[in-house]
Design a protein around this ligand. Structure first.
Ligand code: ATR
Length: 288
């Protein structure tokens, strides 16, 4: 459909932004659903993020995705951040209402759960402990999502141990019958896999241009699901090793695809689907 004067506009704000796959993803949905709308990349320097988020509402944007390094800034500047974004400490999705007031949420954990549930049909997150490698923003969203999904125990293992400790003390909720959170030393990551039902890599290790993730999977039960949120390359060394020893594996691109759905629905009024055509479209040209 041609873009008219009534087109709904949304975008993704980050610095840098040229690597973002979100424009390709949302514009594919707009095209297949024949929606009069547009989704644009917005390269916004860190010093300009506060003004740019406010201005987007005044310019008539329906909403924004917010990515590195603006997610914490977005939490601080939105008019209303929901409980989930506040708990995680970051906003990745903003919806502007009729008056231009901004509501912020975080859909990264939703994307994580939906990806594993789709690729390992109906995966049961309650069936055993989860090991989360990393303690950055992505790890925070994933730990909260795992707690909500009923994981009985979450072992957070990070190179810089104080960040794992901080994550655990920020997210643990004493008095709530939720997951037990434990910070594990990076040097103990191999042993931390004993008895786990899920292993997730949220670090940048294994990504194109970075060192591979160095971990021995010997202690991991064979039924455990292994997920890498890295998607360039799609098959990381971690996923290959897990696959070869018989573990179910889930690659990282689906988390990106699913986290985009709630924003799209709020801005453009239709529920988008994540299917293989979308996966291939978004991945095209990313794996060289
Ligand atoms: P994001 O918000 O995407 O999670 P981040 O906050 O930069 O990004 O976190 C990156 C994660 O990768 C961190 O857990 C980081 O560990 P540190 O907290 O010790 O920095 C982890 N990471 C990056 N390079 C690493 C390396 N060479 N070895 C181990 N962990 C690494």
């Amino acid at each position: 459909m041609p873009i008219t004067g009534n087109a709904r506009v949304a975008g993704v704000m980050g610095w840098p932004i040229s690597h973002s796959l979100s424009p390709k993803l949302h514009n594919h949905w707009l095209s297949v659903m024949d929606i009069d709308g547009l989704y644009v990349p917005l390269a916004v320097r860190p010093d300009d993020a506060v003004d740019a988020i406010a201005m987007a509402g005044r310019l008539g944007f329906r909403g924004l995705n917010v990515t590195v390094p603006h997610k914490q800034t977005a939490l601080a500047v939105v008019d209303n951040a929901d409980e989930l974004a506040t708990r995680i400490g970051a906003v990745n999705t903003i919806v502007f209402d009729e008056e231009g007031a901004s509501v912020g949420t975080n859909t990264d954990g939703y994307g994580f759960i939906e990806n594993i549930s789709q690729r390992q049909s109906g995966w049961d997150f309650t069936k055993g402990p989860a090991v989360v490698l990393g303690a950055g923003g992505a790890a925070r969203a994933i730990v909260v999502a795992l707690m909500e999904a009923g994981a009985p125990e979450i072992r957070v293992c990070n190179r810089t141990h104080v960040r794992a400790n901080d994550l655990v003390s920020d997210l643990a909720r004493p008095g709530h019958a939720e997951a037990v959170l434990n910070a594990v030393l990076w040097e103990e990551r191999d042993d931390a896999l004993a008895g786990a039902a899920l292993l997730v890599n949220t670090t940048s290790l294994g990504m194109v241009g970075k060192e591979p993730l160095d971990i021995r999977l010997d202690a991991l039960p064979e039924f455990a699901c292994v997920n890498d949120i890295v998607y360039a390359p799609l098959e990381t060394r971690l996923l290959r090793a897990a696959y070869h020893r018989g573990n179910p594996t889930v690659d990282g691109i689906g988390m990106l695809l699913h986290q985009a759905r709630p924003g799209f629905e709020a801005w453009f009024g239709q529920v988008p689907e994540v299917d293989n055509v979308l996966r291939l479209h978004v991945l095209a040209g990313t794996q060289e």
